[in-house]
Design a protein around this ligand. Structure first.
Ligand code: AMP
Ligand code: ZN
Length: 124
C-alpha cells in the first residue's frame, strides 16, 4: 500500500520518533505548524477514525496523555492543542492525531449560536 505513514512505521522512510511501542508511534511532523508539532499514529493502517477499535482508542488516549505531559514539560509551555483532521482536511489517509504545543487557534464564526443550534436540532 502506498501510504507514507505505513512506510515510516516499517522503516522504509526515516522519521524523528519520540515514542514507539508495538501498537503506535509518535514522530515529529515534517512540516510543523509550531515548534514540537508531533503526530500519534497507530501502527495498523486505519484510514478513518471510525474504524478504530476500543483497544486502540484507549491505547492512543494513554499515549496522548503521556506525550502531552512530556512535550509541555520539555518545551516549557502551558498550552496544548490536540486535534484530528477529517474529511477533506485529512491529507494523509492513515489515522493520526496532531499534538500542537502552545498552538492556539482562534477563528471567527459566520453564524450566530442560535442559527447553528436551529440547524443542529432540526430533524434529518
Ligand atoms: P493531515 O492529514 O492534514 O492531518 O496532515 C498530515 C500531516 O502529516 C501534515 O502535518 C504533514 O506535514 C505531515 N507529514 C507528511 N509527511 C510526513 C513525513 N514523511 N514525516 C512526518 N510528517 C509528515
Ligand atoms: Zn498507512
Amino acid at each position: 500500500m502506498d501510504c507514507i505513514f505505513c512506510k515510516i512505521i516499517n522503516g522504509e522512510i526515516p522519521s524523528k520518533k519520540i515514542y514507539e511501542d508495538d501498537k503506535a508511534i509518535v514522530f515529529m511532523d515534517i512540516n510543523p505548524n509550531i515548534d514540537g508539532h508531533c503526530l500519534i499514529v497507530p501502527k495498523k493502517h486505519y484510514t478513518d477514525f471510525k474504524e478504530l477499535d476500543d483497544e486502540i482508542i484507549l491505547h492512543i488516549e494513554k499515549i496522548k496523555r503521556e506525550m502531552t505531559d512530556k512535550l509541555m514539560k520539555k518545551l516549557n509551555v502551558n498550552a496544548m492543542t490536540i486535534s484530528m483532521n477529517y474529511g477533506e482536511s485529512q491529507i494523509v489517509k492513515h489515522v493520526h492525531i496532531h499534538l500542537l504545543p502552545n498552538f492556539i487557534v482562534k477563528m471567527k464564526p459566520e453564524k450566530s449560536v442560535d442559527e447553528v443550534y436551529e440547524i443542529l436540532k432540526s430533524e434529518d
